[in-house]
Every structure is written in C-alpha cells, then in structure tokens.
Design a protein around this ligand. Structure first.
Ligand code: GLV
Length: 325
C-alpha cells in the first residue's frame, strides 16, 4: 500500500502528479487554512505531511499522529515546526533551501530601493492626484549606490543580497554567528564586523538571520537608537526578530529614516500603526513568491517527503538523528 500523505495547502498540479506516483495523498486544494483541530484530525492516519509556515507542528499535534514519519515544510525557515519534538519521536523534518535564495534576495532589494526612493508613498500620492508638477526639492529620497549595506545573517540568502550590492558600488559589512570563509568574503567584498559596528555604520541594515529564541527582538529600541538617523531597516526574514512596536516608535520619532518590511509579528494581523506611516514599505511575506520559485519549493518539499517515505535520506533533512531512532 502506498503511504498516506496530507498536503495542508494548495500546491501545483505537477507537485500532486509527482506525489500521486508515490503516495496516496489528501490535499487541501481549497487552500482554506486548517485550524489546529482540523489539522490534527486529518493527520491522525497519515505517514507524511507537506506543510507551510502557518501550520504549527508541535508536540500536541505529533502526539495525535502516531504514524507520522516525515514533516516536509514548504519553506526554508522552519520555526513553525518543533524540531526537537519531531526528533524525539523519530520524525524526519525537511525544508527547501537553495531554490529560493535569489528570489528572496531580489525582494530584499525591492524593499531597499522602494524605501530609499519612497516608492509606495509616492505611488499613493500620484494616485491621490497630489502630483501637480516638477520641483527641484520634491519628495527627495536617498541613494542606494555607494552607500554602506549591513547584513545580519550571511547564509545563502544574505550572500545573494551582498552579491547584488556589487552592481551598486556599495560597501558591504556583515555580522553572523560565524564568520564566513575568507574566499566568500573576498568574492562578495564583505567585511565582518560586530553587531554594534554594523548598526552604527550601515546606511541600510538588512535582517536575514533565521528566527529563533536567540534572535527574538534582536532589533528593539536600543538597537534602533544605535543606527544612524538616516538609516533604513529591511526585514526580509521573519517577524519577531524586530520589536514592531519599538520600530513604529522609531519611524514616527525620526530615530531612523525608513523601513522596508516583508514580515511582521503576528502575521497577517500586523500592527495597524504601520499603516499610518509614510516611511515604511510593506509587503505581505512574499520573499520567495515568484511562480518559478514557489513551483521549485513545492517540488523540493515533495521530493523530500517521498524520499523519507521510501527509505532514502531526504536531500534536505534537518534532523538526521530522527533516522537513527
Ligand atoms: C519563507 O519565509 C521561507 O522561510 O521559505
């Protein structure tokens, strides 16, 4: 008998075709988010699940899913999955690294350029009929070219962001848990600095480190105060690494110039005070959301899932200890 699989959200036809060749699947193609109770009910008899960031895979859910062998998350981040609880039960967890690096880096740059040149604010003004003619000092932005880019988190996506800075003649500084290899620093023309130095020197501070209890509110009132008043903050990683209330106060009070945000605390119910601010560019957690990249992410997750259920090692296994149990 083919293994039983739940796909918690709508995926692409080719993803289902691939899964169908290897598994019996139940797919939520209506794309209505599954409430925790409904998710638990549907998962009770399944061997595998393909899930997304809004699905919480925690110890309670796992306790009611005795057959589960693999959780294939359709994302590179996996803070929605209790990895330790999965490992303890011998359940493999996989993610989708690599295929989304360039698209996510492009979105970080979209936010940088948009915030620097006030694009969403100015588009609103054009639509509202406020544009009555050209003037020299009209709606001035700041330059991205030749500015200093500071990146927190120099993994694959951070590196893709840094690579793009070469075309803008930017100075690149970064901070990371571990310094990256010298050849990568050379190729990216990037210098490792302390957190404090990055905050003090960068014109653009880009957050690209993973979310964890250690990075929760890593940027709060104190860090915002260390930044230049002319600086722009970009969060293209996860809500929660920034204290959103502190950021709103800083944007209102001129502590920093502007922000570009793709992620928020308590998504999708972001703090409504963001909506009152002109100096913030907002996007709805779409870092990886291009057609090609989302197709690649879904297929990567499907391949991880099928590998796990057919006795192979999934290419993107996050907890090898689970296989040994
Ligand atoms: C998206 O946020 C991801 O982690 O892939």
């Amino acid at each position: 008998m083919k293994p039983k699989v739940l796909v918690t959200r709508e995926v692409f036809d080719e993803t289902l075709e691939y899964l169908g060749a290897h598994c019996q699947f139940e797919s939520n193609q209506e794309d209505v988010p599954l409430e925790p109770g409904e998710l638990a009910r549907r998962l009770a008899d399944k061997d595998g699940v393909m899930c997304c960031l809004p699905d919480r895979v925690d110890a309670t859910l796992l306790a009611g899913s005795p057959h589960l062998k693999v959780v294939a998350n359709i994302a590179v981040g996996y803070n929605n999955v209790d990895l330790a609880a999965c490992t303890a039960r011998g359940i493999m967890v996989t993610n989708t690294p690599g295929v989304l690096d360039d698209s996510t880096a492009d979105l970080a740059w979209t936010l940088m350029l948009g915030a620097a040149r006030r694009l969403t604010e100015l588009e609103r003004r054009v639509r509202n009929g406020e544009w009555t003619g050209w003037c020299l000092k009209q709606w001035l932005g700041v330059d991205v070219h030749h500015a200093t880019l500071g990146i927190f988190g120099m993994g694959r996506i951070g590196q893709a962001i840094a690579k793009r800075a070469g075309g803008f003649d930017m100075k690149v500084i970064y901070h990371n848990r571990n310094r990256v290899a010298p050849d990568i620093e050379r190729r990216l023309n990037a210098a490792f600095v302390s957190k404090e130095e990055l905050l003090r020197r960068a014109d653009f501070v880009v957050l690209q480190m993973p979310y964890s209890p250690e990075t929760h509110h890593m940027i709060g009132a104190a860090e915002l105060k260390q930044m230049k008043p002319s600086a722009i903050l970009i969060n293209s990683t996860r809500g929660g690494v920034v204290d959103d209330a502190a950021l709103i106060a800083a944007l209102k009070g001129g502590v920093i110039r502007a922000a570009g945000l793709d992620v928020f605390e308590n998504e999708p119910r972001l703090n409504p005070k963001f909506l009152e601010l002109d100096n913030v560019v907002l996007s709805p957690h779409v870092g990886s959301s291009t057609e090609a990249t989302r197709r690649a992410m879904a297929m990567t997750a499907a391949k991880n899932l099928v590998a796990a259920l057919t006795g192979a090692t999934p290419p993107n296994l996050l907890n090898p200890d689970a296989r040994r149990r």
